[in-house]
Ligand binder design. Structure first.
Ligand code: DAV
Length: 373
C-alpha cells in the first residue's frame, strides 16, 4: 500500500485530516417517478409534481449553500483540510442514454457517490436515474487525488433499464417512510422486496459502513445484493463484507441507522433496530457497546429523510463529534457519553436529504488497516 496517497481512510473515527464537503449549486428537483416515490416523503409529492426537473426555489438552495459553508468553516477551525467539488449548471438538462432519459438531481451528498477504502476512491454506480451523472461534480478533485497517488475506481454503472426497477412496488408501502411510526411486517423491504431488482449490480456508497477490515453493507432501495457482491469481490480478501439488515420499511443508506463513533462504540437508531443476529453477535463478541441516541428535534423540512439526520454525524476523531446545533437532546447525549460536540448550523441543508455525514466524504484519516472484531 502506498503511504504517499492523499487518499487514505479505513474507518469512521480515526483522526480526520482531509474531507470533501459537498456543493449544492445546480441541485435540481427530481422528477417524481415511481421509483423516486420511495425516496421522497409523501407529504412533498405535490412539490415534486410541480418542480420535478426544474431548479429548486433559489432561496432554499442559498440557505443550504450557507449551511455547507458553515460546515466548512467549523471543520477548518478544528484543523481539518476541507475540499469542495465543482458547481454544475446543467443538472436540469434532460440527458438521454440508450435506456432512459432523465434530468439530474446533483445534491451535495458526496457520501452517496464516493466510497474511500484505504488509498482507493470508488465512484458508486448509483441506482437512481437522476443521479446517474452525479460523479461528474467530483471529477476535478478525484483526478487531482489520482495525480498525487491514489487508486481510482469507477464501479460499473448499471444500464438503469426498466428491468432494474420493480414497477409494481406498492405505493402504500412507501407511506412507511424510513421507519417512522408503527410499521407492519408486511411492508416490502421487511420481506425482501425493494424498488430495485437484481437485474444488474447497483449501490450507493452510503450503504457501506467501514470498520477497518470489516465493512457492513445494507441491501436497500438503492443498493442490491449484486452490488454488495461486486464490492466484496473487488476489495478481495483484505476485507470482509457483512450484509446487515435493519427493521426499516424504507432503507436508503446506513448513516442514520448504524453509525460508529469510535473503536468499540456504535449508535443504533431506536426506530430501526438491527435484526441480523450474525452481525449483532459479531459486535457483541468484539466487545462493542451499542448506544441508542434520542430522536432529532431540528425545525426543518425533511423531503427525503427522517428526523434521524440528528445521528448523521461526522467524527473528527474519537472525542470530537460534529453535530447540528439545534439537536439539543443529541448534543446532551453525546456529552453524557464523554464526547465533545462541535456544533454547526446545518439544518437548512436537511431539506435536500442529507445531514453532516451525508454531505461529507473523509478523504484522509490518520490510521492503519485494523481488525476491530
Ligand atoms: O433516516 O432518512 C437518511 C440518510 C440519507 N443519506 C433517514 C436516512
Amino acid at each position: 500500500m502506498k503511504t504517499s496517497s492523499p487518499v487514505c481512510s479505513y474507518n469512521e473515527w480515526d483522526p480526520l485530516e482531509e474531507v470533501i464537503v459537498g456543493t449544492i449549486d445546480g441541485v435540481t428537483a427530481p422528477v417524481l417517478t415511481h421509483d423516486m416515490k420511495t425516496f421522497i416523503r409523501k407529504d412533498y409529492w405535490t412539490f415534486y409534481q410541480q418542480y420535478g426537473g426544474k431548479p429548486y426555489p433559489k432561496e432554499l438552495v442559498q440557505k443550504a449553500a450557507r449551511a455547507l459553508d458553515n460546515l466548512q468553516k467549523v471543520l477548518e477551525d478544528e484543523g481539518v483540510v476541507v475540499r469542495r467539488p465543482d458547481s454544475v449548471d446543467y443538472a436540469h438538462h434532460v440527458f438521454k442514454t440508450p435506456y432512459f432519459e432523465s434530468a439530474g438531481f446533483f445534491n451535495a451528498d458526496v457520501r452517496d457517490v464516493l466510497l474511500v477504502v484505504g488509498d482507493e476512491i470508488i465512484e458508486a454506480p448509483m441506482s437512481q436515474r437522476c443521479r446517474y451523472f452525479e460523479f461528474l461534480r467530483y471529477r476535478t478533485l478525484i483526478q487531482e487525488y489520482f495525480d498525487k497517488g491514489s487508486i481510482w475506481t469507477a464501479a460499473p454503472k448499471p444500464r438503469m433499464a426498466n428491468s432494474l426497477y420493480d414497477w409494481d412496488y406498492p405505493e402504500e408501502d412507501m407511506a412507511f417512510f424510513r421507519g417512522e411510526g408503527n410499521v407492519p411486517d408486511s411492508v416490502g423491504p421487511l420481506n425482501g422486496r425493494f424498488i430495485t431488482t437484481e437485474a444488474e449490480p447497483c449501490f450507493d456508497a452510503a450503504d457501506f459502513t467501514r470498520f477497518g477490515r470489516d465493512i457492513l453493507a445494507q441491501r436497500s432501495h438503492v443498493t442490491n445484493d449484486l452490488g454488495i457482491k461486486w464490492m466484496q469481490r473487488h476489495l478481495g480478501s483484505d476485507y470482509r463484507i457483512h450484509t446487515v439488515k435493519f427493521r426499516d420499511p424504507g432503507p436508503i443508506h446506513m448513516d442514520a441507522t448504524w453509525v460508529p463513533i469510535g473503536e468499540g462504540r456504535v449508535l443504533s437508531c431506536p426506530d430501526r433496530p438491527c435484526i441480523s443476529s450474525d452481525v449483532l453477535d459479531m459486535f457483541k463478541q468484539g466487545g462493542w457497546e451499542i448506544f441508542y441516541p434520542p430522536r432529532g428535534v431540528a425545525e426543518a423540512e425533511f423531503h427525503m429523510s427522517s428526523r434521524w439526520l440528528s445521528m448523521n454525524i461526522l467524527m473528527i476523531d474519537q472525542e470530537r463529534v460534529v453535530v447540528e446545533k439545534s439537536e439539543e437532546p443529541t448534543i446532551r447525549f453525546f456529552k453524557e457519553i464523554g464526547l465533545k460536540p462541535i456544533l454547526v448550523d446545518f439544518k437548512d441543508h436537511y431539506i435536500f436529504g442529507g445531514g453532516l455525514h451525508c454531505a461529507t466524504c473523509d478523504v484522509r484519516r490518520r490510521g492503519t488497516l485494523q481488525s476491530y472484531f
